[in-house]
Design a protein around this ligand. Structure first.
Ligand SMILES: [Zn+2]
Ligand SMILES: [Zn+2]
Length: 439
């Protein structure tokens, strides 16, 4: 029943479970209506335009529900939400730390700076280029917090990042109760001291975490969605510090850091010491139109045939789901072991694993795989790189997929374009600048 600690849940989801009934019998729960005084009690939305009034079959009356957090199930005025008011779960202070890799001096220094900030309950920004090994940097600060009996959350806007991080944390902290939360995840009803979650899932929490880590803080949709930013604050205890982690901090984030005097760690080098791959630009006229008419543009075809001949796995970024669907059958004529992924694809997890296991030779993808993904020796191309969806941050992240492994520290990153954009220029300039920073 301690599953409920720190959560805010809809009674009707769990009321038939024995552990829930036990919590009810022991009077460990506080009840409240889903919407009170024009505020959704789950996502705290007060914007009237997100409330919808309807004739409700549950309460057989006129009822209002919140559309803002509808993705997590409907909260309406007749919904009964509960929070935990029982004794706190006895948190483990013995945690097995199972990481045998060696941190570089820069990684170790950053880890110590972060531990220091968290101890002082001060915000911190870890600004580490793609491939700097930021997950390894987080291990020591997390284990230090866990050993104090604190509850820790690593939140990220991207499901794919949760899927990538979860097994690595399970390996590093093999005795710790860890949960991965994302849309569609199977969740065991237990208390977890370490939670890896999408920022959306944080809407289900309140006052829960003593340390909050926001990974890929600049990723869509977090930066554009007040609700998700609020969710991070709501899910943590009022004085819990936030550690932001990103390779491409936005200007508002840097500004906030200065204003609130956070700690700052900057790692401009990859852990293996090689430079970041600089994209090459290749003009490719009307790529989308050619693909739509059933033809693989010849420059792209040449690039893919080279990857197949050299037996290099590849990622092909395209701006839309439609293009993924149009391009995949064409490429499968070149090789059947090429597939595609996009956000709504139920097999996306399996397909990424298949690429990593070399059961697939290449994946066509939308920007969902722009960050968090590590595939040894992967080669990358972007089609329609001048599309507005590829901002400078996205292009830097995409380029950052290449050359991450010590044994394959370089690789190909090509931007196929119709017309050069400011974002392309900016991304290339920033990558070159980072490569020149002296450490
Ligand atoms: Zn809501
Ligand atoms: Zn109702």
């Amino acid at each position: 029943m301690h599953f409920l600690e720190g959560r805010i849940v809809d009674t009707c989801v769990y009321e038939h479970e024995a552990w829930f009934q036990e919590a009810v019998a022991k009077k460990f729960l506080v009840y409240k209506a889903g919407i009170i005084d024009g505020q959704c009690q789950r996502c705290r939305n007060t914007n009237l335009s997100f409330f919808y009034t309807f004739h409700c079959a549950v309460c057989e009356d006129v009822c209002t529900y919140c559309r803002k957090c509808i993705r997590l199930g409907r909260v309406s005025s007749c919904t009964q939400l509960v929070t935990w008011n029982g004794p706190p779960y006895t948190r483990a202070i013995a945690h097995h730390y199972n990481f045998h890799g060696q941190l570089t001096a820069a990684q170790q220094h950053a880890a110590e700076q972060i531990i220091d900030s968290l101890e002082q309950k001060r915000g911190h920004l870890l600004h580490a280029v793609c491939g700097a090994g930021k997950t390894e940097i987080l291990f020591q600060p997390i284990v230090a917090a866990l050993k104090k009996g604190l509850r820790v959350c690593v939140a990220t806007p991207r499901t794919d990042v949760v899927l990538e991080l979860f097994p690595r944390f399970q390996q590093a902290f093999s005795q710790t109760s860890i949960q991965a939360l994302y849309g569609g995840a199977t969740v065991e009803p237990i208390f977890a001291q370490l939670i890896i979650a999408t920022t959306h899932q944080l809407l289900r929490f309140e006052d829960a975490f003593d340390v909050m880590i926001v990974d890929e803080a600049d990723a869509f949709p977090y930066t554009y969605d007040d609700m998700l930013q609020q969710a991070v604050h709501k899910a943590k205890t009022p004085d819990a510090p936030i550690l932001f982690v990103t390779a491409t901090p936005t200007k508002p984030l840097l500004k906030q850091m200065k204003k609130e005097q956070w700690g700052y760690s900057f790692l401009p080098r990859r852990y293996h010491g090689y430079a970041l791959p600089v994209p090459t630009m290749r003009a490719l006229r009307r790529a989308a139109k050619q693909i739509r008419s059933g033809k693989i543009p010849s420059k792209l075809k040449g690039w893919i045939e080279e990857r197949l001949a050299q037996q290099q796995p590849f990622l092909l970024f395209v701006p839309t789901v439609e293009l993924v669907k149009q391009l995949v059958p064409l490429l499968q004529q070149l090789d059947e072991q090429i597939d595609g992924v996009y956000a709504e694809d139920e097999a996306r997890k399996e397909k990424v694993l298949a690429l990593r296991a070399q059961q697939l030779k290449g994946l066509v993808t939308t920007t969902i795989l722009e960050r968090g993904i590590t595939i040894t020796n992967v080669q990358v191309a972007v089609i329609c790189a001048d599309d507005a969806i590829f901002d400078a941050g996205a292009l830097i992240q995409i380029s950052g997929r290449v050359g991450r492994h010590q044994a394959y520290p370089t690789g190909d990153i090509v931007l196929f374009y119709d017309a050069i954009t400011l974002a392309m220029d900016e991304a290339i300039r920033e990558i070159k600048r980072l490569n020149e920073v002296r450490v």
